[in-house]
Design a protein around this ligand. Structure first.
Ligand SMILES: Nc1ncnc2c1ncn2[C@@H]1O[C@H](COP(=O)(O)OP(=O)(O)OP(=O)(O)O)[C@@H](O)[C@H]1O
Ligand SMILES: [Mg+2]
Length: 396
């Protein structure tokens, strides 16, 4: 794989023609949109595109396939396909992934960074349209049964140093508080246990959050309708701290308009089986329900089973990433151990002591070589940590 550092200069010319596909319309502002959990949002025929690939059903932000010129697909093998943006953004992102995941890479900083990114499996294109390039990436939400997902843009500036005056002004207009707050919620979906639905929030929700409301606005992501998932907040804090440590250790890359993707398990775990939450669930649900997890793969779950049963079912259907198995691949075990260490006494309501959380960096269309620390991103991470800690504190 290519390992050049010339991230800002690469100019390829892949075609960016989009295939016209009619999708559910983009969400607008106002109250959260309700999505029935397990529902396939692709219409009754479950439309398939591009060799069995379909638009990513659990995308919470960004360019949407069929709505925008480029978008994100889900491959039948469970990976995510991100269509290359027009140059220079798409090629820049491709080159960034190629550099971080280069086989010959021996830079400890980049090797460590791999732990905070989705795995990269190179580029992909459909035989029908070989010039349309996609990045083939690990689906960070894949191992979750009811993935609660949040996309948070990080940094004090959403535009890169080469942006035109017009672009700068446009980005500042979109969220004038970026400099002060240092992050912006681009979208989220939150599982509500009693109704078995997801509440979705789009970019307008995040842009409406100001200094006084940012804490409550962020806390919504961790509320399942019955309780605040303090365990998920706590595990997320631990992950963000690891990312902060990486940023404080490196001064070779600067990230603009890049995001953190937060994911936690919305499905209640066995350790909460004696809680009021589980009683509520048992009272309100059928004995057995057919579920689609986020990967559109059908599994049948008895409602009062614990996570062990759920993960066993997943294995039967050919999934890996089991809690019990400790995730042998991709450093998952190490992540999990670190997560457990980070739980402490905070791991409580709704998720037990082994909360499954992912916080990964995504969206690298504006990453550039640098010679100093990324102060804007570090500022955003620190403020995000402060707000998450306040959420925990006030819930205590
Ligand atoms: N590796 C991944 N695993 C799971 N979901 C992903 C992954 N990458 C992206 N997504 C989903 O797609 C959304 C958009 O991704 P991303 O930010 O990379 O695209 P974008 O904003 O359209 O890109 P760009 O800014 O380059 O135009 C994310 O909010 C997330 O919901
Ligand atoms: Mg994005």
């Amino acid at each position: 794989m290519e390992s050049s550092l010339a991230l800002g200069r690469l100019e390829l010319t892949p075609s960016t023609a989009a295939v016209g596909v009619n999708l559910t319309p983009r969400l607008s502002g106002g109250p959260p949109a309700k999505e029935k959990s397990g529902q396939r949002p692709l219409g009754p025929q479950g439309q398939a595109h591009l060799n069995g690939c379909v638009p990513l059903s659990h995308q919470v932000a960004g360019h949407k396939y069929g709505v925008d010129k480029v978008g994100i697909l889900q491959h039948p093998d469970g990976t995510v396909l991100k269509q290359l943006q027009p140059p220079p953004r798409g090629p820049r992102e491709m080159q960034f992934y190629s550099m971080v995941y280069a086989e010959e890479c021996s830079d400890p900083c980049l090797l460590e960074l791999q732990n905070h990114l989705p795995k990269y499996y190179g580029t992909w294109s459909s035989p029908d349209s070989p010039i349309d390039l996609y990045l083939k990436l690990e689906d960070v939400t894949r191992r979750f049964v009811k993935p609660c997902i949040m996309d948070v843009k990080l940094g004090q500036r959403s535009y890169d140093p080469f942006a035109s005056q017009e672009k700068r002004e446009q980005q500042i207009r979109k969220y004038p508080l970026m400099e002060e707050i240092g992050f912006l919620v681009l979208g989220m979906r939150v599982y509500k246990v009693c109704s078995d639905t997801f509440d979705s929030y789009d970019q307008h929700y995040g842009r409406g959050l100001v200094k006084d409301t940012i804490q409550d606005g962020l806390a919504k992501f961790f509320h399942n309708g019955v309780c605040l998932r303090k365990d998920a907040v706590s595990a997320s804090i631990h992950r963000v701290q690891q990312i902060l440590r990486w940023f404080e250790s490196q001064h070779q890359l600067a990230f603009y308009a890049s995001s953190l993707l937060f994911v936690y398990e919305g499905f209640p775990s066995s350790s909460s089986s004696s809680s009021s939450l589980s009683s509520l669930l048992r009272a309100g649900q059928e004995e057995e329900v057919a579920e689609f997890n986020n990967n559109n793969i059908q599994v049948v779950l008895p409602w009062d089973c614990g996570m062990t049963t759920i993960y066993t079912n997943h294995r039967k259907h050919g999934h890996h990433h089991c809690a019990e198995e400790g995730e042998g691949e991709d450093g998952g075990r190490r992540r999990r151990e670190e997560e457990l260490q980070g739980q402490g006494d905070d791991a409580t309501e709704g998720g037990g002591t082994d909360t499954e959380v992912e916080v990964r960096m995504i969206d690298f269309a504006h990453v550039f070589p640098s010679e100093s620390h990324d102060h804007g991103y570090i500022y955003g991470l620190k403020h995000l940590l402060t707000v998450l800690e306040q959420i925990l504190c006030e819930a205590a």
